[in-house]
Structure formats: structure tokens, C-alpha cells
Ligand binder design. Structure first.
Ligand SMILES: *[C@@H]1O[C@H](CO)[C@@H](O)[C@H](O)[C@H]1NC(C)=O
Ligand SMILES: *[C@@H]1O[C@H](CO)[C@@H](O)[C@H](O)[C@H]1NC(C)=O
Ligand SMILES: *[C@@H]1O[C@H](CO)[C@@H](O)[C@H](O)[C@H]1NC(C)=O
Ligand SMILES: *[C@@H]1O[C@H](CO)[C@@H](O)[C@H](O)[C@H]1NC(C)=O
Ligand SMILES: *[C@@H]1O[C@H](CO)[C@@H](O)[C@H](O)[C@H]1NC(C)=O
Ligand SMILES: *[C@@H]1O[C@H](CO)[C@@H](O)[C@H](O)[C@H]1NC(C)=O
Ligand SMILES: *[C@@H]1O[C@H](CO)[C@@H](O)[C@H](O)[C@H]1NC(C)=O
Ligand SMILES: *[C@@H]1O[C@H](CO)[C@@H](O)[C@H](O)[C@H]1NC(C)=O
Ligand SMILES: *[C@@H]1O[C@H](CO)[C@@H](O)[C@H](O)[C@H]1NC(C)=O
Ligand SMILES: *[C@@H]1O[C@H](CO)[C@@H](O)[C@H](O)[C@H]1NC(C)=O
Length: 430
């Protein structure tokens, strides 16, 4: 009886310790797809078959809660609201889906205290361009020339989004999929797709596939897949416009970190992070990626190709897209005030002489979006071991060689002194 009681007490205290650590050092993550939805657009779809989708991933910690509002309403966007631990969000779907910007503004509201440095990442447009000169960067084709027929802007708002679902094996995830069907003799079959997949975790780890981006409880992992899209040009490449929206007074900026170590991503020695607060990254939000995407689902080293991020713009050419995003549903007109700083770029997929998109008709790119200091690839113990093994032998030889030379010199000196001494001694004696 008594021992059973002790066992029980021990069990309870273990549980208490466990839950203490869970709240003190961790985050509890939950996901709700289409929260508060009371309109048919998210349950049965629009009349044209597309769905209105929101995934609300909530990461509750002891100091703050991160609310990720991920949506394809308007344009694909990730809004990250940082607030007090007990806060919650309200979604007014009627207003969210309104064509009237005034009604959309404020359709997502926070119950609780907003903390500093909420931010958003908005995927504004998919650009397909004819890379006639094989430059693999979209910047070569615009030159302020709006009449060029060498590129086409695909509006994400005109894509037919399937209903958001979780990814297999992770309940804290969301897949936004645009499937292009082919109507073949009255039977529709999926032929191509474009999808944004998000995965959140309550621990630190790495993607099981390349480029093995590091995830942790403060970020979500994104995979953007362009699968079997039908191209408009012979030398088509794709590029996606991205606008970073920061609420610190810093200007969001992209920093490049170089590493000696390509252990996690063979062949890649660079990492980029686009922080909303470059002067103090631990307080800001970020989008982090490596300059590599893959042209096959096996994501091996051979299928890797480059991701080029163009020079920064202020993102204001994309104002009409931003106004359609869930970032606007939360921030409203504040989005275009001095309280908010935006920055834009295009991520272009591909590398000169890689055979363009049609070579494989497949591109997948990974990134993380999160709060705080972006993870860095530290040189691992294994690599330190390998380096020291490589450096070790010569170092030992140099070290011992040096000691040997010093000792020998010292001995020679001593010999000389002895000799001199004995010489003089013998001289005295003689
Ligand atoms: C959404 O907002 C409208 C207008 O502001 C209001 O009439 C309606 O009751 C709200 N819906 C919900 C579910 O709160
Ligand atoms: C948009 O909605 C606001 C508030 O409901 C209303 O005052 C305004 O007239 C509407 N604008 C348009 C163009 O319908
Ligand atoms: C497309 O780009 C090529 C190479 O720069 C150029 O020769 C051609 O005139 C461009 N076409 C149009 C319609 O701009
Ligand atoms: C489907 O209808 C909605 C609402 O009218 C519209 O916003 C969206 O662009 C349409 N999608 C397509 C693929 O036509
Ligand atoms: C998107 O939809 C297509 C067709 O239904 C499917 O084959 C594909 O696996 C889906 N993509 C993802 C990432 O779920
Ligand atoms: C396929 O196309 C035919 C002819 O255009 C049309 O009658 C039929 O409804 C379509 N089927 C589907 C499943 O969309
Ligand atoms: C890719 O698209 C082509 C036509 O553009 C089609 O014939 C083929 O079946 C598609 N492949 C897959 C895997 O869906
Ligand atoms: C995550 O964020 C919390 C609070 O903002 C911080 O205390 C913690 O160190 C961060 N953890 C990681 C792995 O970045
Ligand atoms: C993408 O590049 C084009 C051409 O340089 C530019 O007009 C556009 O603003 C860029 N997009 C973003 C989000 O910066
Ligand atoms: C990619 O798709 C194009 C048609 O859009 C086709 O001509 C080409 O053969 C495809 N490439 C592969 C590797 O399947």
C-alpha cells in the first residue's frame, strides 16, 4: 500500500517536473484548419471550385505565443503574430472574404496583448520568364520594360486551391495545393500541381531530406513545390515574388552566412536569412533558406540547382497583392504606414546551363519562417574530429619536431658550455 503510494507520488512528481520543463523551456503546438469558419467557401469551396483556406498554428510558450496564420486567401501568406502566452485569435470569415478592403481590414483580431515584432511573409506572384540568354535571373529581363513578352505573371489569386489538409504524419502541418487537372475524354486527371507545405515542431531537428534545414519550436518549415507545370516558353524558368513585412523600425534585410562545412547540405556553403530586425535578430522574425532547390523528389546532390534572390525592392510594387493578403486582414492600413517596413525580392529557381525548368519539370525549395535568431549551421563535432584528424598528424610532427630542435639546440649549447668549461679547466690544470 505504502510503496504503491510512493510509486504514485514519484510518478506525479516526474509528471510535474516534466510539465514544468515543457512550459518553461518548450512550446505547446496546436493546429486548427479553417478556424471559426462559418461560410461555405472553406467547407464546400467557391462556386468555381477553389477553396478559401487558413491554417492557424499556435505555438504557446512561457514568455510568448506565436500565432502563425497561413492562408491562400488573396495571395499565399504567412502572418506571424507574437503575443502574450494566453492570447487567442478571432477570424471573421464574412469580412475576410469581402471584396471591400475596409471590411477585410481587422477581420483577424487578437484577444490579448500584442508583443513587439509580429511580421509577415507574403508570396506575391509566380513569374514565368523566357530565359533566352540563360542568365537564370529574372532581373535580366525586366529593365523597367513592362511591354516585354518574355515573361508572364501567374496570379496566385487565380489558382484553384484545394481544401487545406494536414501533411501525412504530422498533425501540426498544412498543405495548400493547387492541382491542375486535365480533362481527358470526360475524365479529369491530375497532371500538375503547385503546393506550399508547412510543418511545425515542438523540438529542434532537421528535415529528413535535403537541404536538411534546421527547424525548432520557434519556426515552421516551408516546402514550395512546382510539379510538372506546363511551360509557356521554350526556356522557361520560374521565380516567386516575396515581400517581408516587419514591424520593428529596422529595415528587413538579407544576410549571407558562409560556412566551412557542407555536412548537412553537400555542396552548399551559404545560408541566407532575411530578418525583420537585422540589428538585433533575436527580437525579429525571419525567412531562412539555402541557395539550393531540387529538380527531383529524391533531392540528391545531382538534382540540386541554384536559388537566386535578386536585389531588394521596397515591395511597394506589390501593394495591391499585400492588400489582398491576411497580413492586411490583421494590420489593416497600418501595413502602409510608417509603423511597418516592407522589403521585397524575387527568388529565381535555376542555374545557367541546367537545362531550364523543362529538363525535369520539377522544382522544390525549402525554407523556414520563424521568430528569433535564425538557426546557424555550427561546425559539428564530426567535422571537428575529421579536421583534427587531418590536421593532427602534421601538428604532432611540427610540435615534436620543434621540441626536438629546441632540446637539441639546448643540449648543443650545454655541450659547448661543458666543453668550454672542461677546456678552461684542463687549461688551468695543465
Ligand atoms: C463579422 O463582422 C460583421 C460586421 O462587422 C458582423 O456583423 C458579424 O456578426 C461578424 N461575424 C462574426 C462571426 O463575428
Ligand atoms: C466598404 O465597406 C465600408 C464599411 O462597411 C463602407 O463604408 C464602404 O462604403 C464600402 N465601400 C465600398 C466601395 O463598397
Ligand atoms: C525577349 O528577349 C530577347 C533577348 O533579350 C530579345 O531579343 C527579344 O526582343 C525579347 N522579346 C520581347 C518581345 O521583348
Ligand atoms: C474563384 O472565385 C473567387 C471568388 O469569386 C475568386 O476570388 C477566385 O479568383 C476564383 N478563382 C478562380 C481560379 O477563378
Ligand atoms: C496535390 O494534389 C495532387 C492531385 O490531387 C496530388 O497528386 C499531390 O500529391 C498533392 N500534393 C501534395 C503536396 O499534397
Ligand atoms: C470535360 O470536357 C467536356 C467537354 O468539354 C465536358 O462536357 C465535361 O463536363 C468535362 N468534364 C469534367 C469532369 O470537367
Ligand atoms: C506531366 O504533364 C504531361 C503533359 O504536360 C502529362 O502527359 C504527364 O502525364 C504529367 N506527368 C505526371 C506525373 O502527372
Ligand atoms: C524560442 O523562443 C523563446 C522565447 O521567445 C526563447 O526563450 C527560446 O530560447 C527560443 N528557442 C530557440 C530554439 O530559438
Ligand atoms: C521582382 O522583379 C521585378 C523585376 O525586377 C520587380 O518589378 C518586382 O518588384 C520584384 N518583386 C519583388 C517582390 O521585389
Ligand atoms: C516537361 O514538360 C514539357 C512540356 O511542358 C515536355 O516537353 C518535356 O518533355 C517534359 N520534360 C520531362 C523531363 O518530362
Amino acid at each position: 500500500m505504502a510503496s504503491a503510494c510512493i510509486v504514485k507520488m514519484k510518478f506525479v512528481s516526474v509528471l510535474l517536473v516534466f510539465s514544468y520543463f515543457a512550459t518553461a523551456n518548450g512550446r505547446k503546438i496546436t493546429t486548427v484548419l479553417n478556424p471559426d469558419c462559418d461560410v461555405p467557401e472553406c467547407t464546400a469551396g467557391y462556386k468555381n471550385g477553389s477553396y478559401a483556406n487558413i491554417a492557424h498554428i499556435k505555438a504557446v510558450g512561457s514568455e510568448d505565443t506565436l500565432h502563425y496564420v497561413i492562408s491562400t486567401i488573396g495571395v499565399p501568406s504567412v502572418l506571424v503574430i507574437r503575443s502574450d502566452p494566453t492570447s487567442s485569435l478571432n477570424f471573421n470569415w464574412t469580412n475576410l472574404l469581402s471584396d471591400n478592403a475596409t471590411e477585410r481590414s481587422g477581420s483577424i483580431t487578437l484577444n490579448g496583448k500584442a508583443l513587439k515584432n509580429s511580421f509577415a511573409v507574403v508570396f506575391t506572384e509566380l513569374i514565368e520568364y523566357n530565359d533566352v540568354d540563360d542568365k537564370a535571373t529574372i532581373a535580366s529581363y525586366f529593365h523597367g520594360d513592362t511591354k516585354s513578352t518574355n515573361y508572364t505573371i501567374h496570379d496566385f489569386g487565380e489558382m484553384m486551391w484545394s481544401q487545406v489538409v494536414t501533411a501525412p504524419g504530422n498533425k501540426n502541418s498544412a498543405v495548400f495545393n493547387y492541382t491542375i487537372f486535365k480533362n481527358d475524354s470526360n475524365v479529369e486527371k491530375p497532371e500538375a500541381s503547385l503546393s506550399f507545405t508547412f510543418n511545425a515542431y515542438d523540438n529542434t531537428g532537421r528535415q529528413s531530406v535535403l537541404p536538411k534545414m534546421e527547424y525548432n519550436m520557434n519556426n515552421t518549415l516551408l516546402d514550395l513545390l512546382l510539379n510538372n507545370l506546363t511551360v509557356l516558353y521554350e526556356k522557361s524558368r520560374f521565380s516567386v515574388g516575396v515581400v517581408m513585412i516587419g514591424t520593428s523600425q529596422d529595415k528587413p534585410d538579407i544576410t549571407e552566412t558562409r560556412s566551412l562545412d557542407d555536412e548537412y547540405t553537400p555542396g552548399v556553403f551559404k545560408m541566407f536569412d532575411w530578418s525583420t530586425k537585422p540589428s538585433s535578430k533575436e527580437d525579429g522574425g525571419y525567412l531562412e533558406w539555402k541557395p539550393i532547390c531540387y529538380t527531383s523528389s529524391s533531392r540528391n546532390r545531382l538534382s540540386g540547382t541554384y536559388v537566386n534572390s535578386d536585389d531588394r525592392t521596397d515591395g511597394m510594387h506589390q501593394k495591391h497583392y499585400l492588400e489582398r493578403s491576411v497580413a492586411y486582414s490583421y494590420f489593416g492600413d497600418k501595413l502602409f504606414s510608417t509603423e511597418v517596413v516592407t522589403s521585397g525580392t524575387n527568388m529565381s529557381f535555376g542555374l545557367t546551363q541546367d537545362g531550364f525548368y523543362v529538363k525535369k519539370n520539377y522544382t522544390v525549395w525549402s525554407a523556414t519562417i520563424g521568430h528569433g535568431a535564425p538557426p546557424q549551421d555550427a561546425i559539428s563535432i564530426l567535422v571537428i574530429g575529421v579536421i583534427s584528424a587531418g590536421l593532427g598528424l602534421p601538428v604532432v610532427i611540427i610540435l615534436f619536431g620543434g621540441i626536438f630542435v629546441i632540446v637539441k639546440k639546448h643540449m648543443a649549447k650545454k655541450d659547448q658550455v661543458m666543453r668550454n668549461f672542461s677546456n678552461s679547466y684542463s687549461q688551468i690544470n695543465s
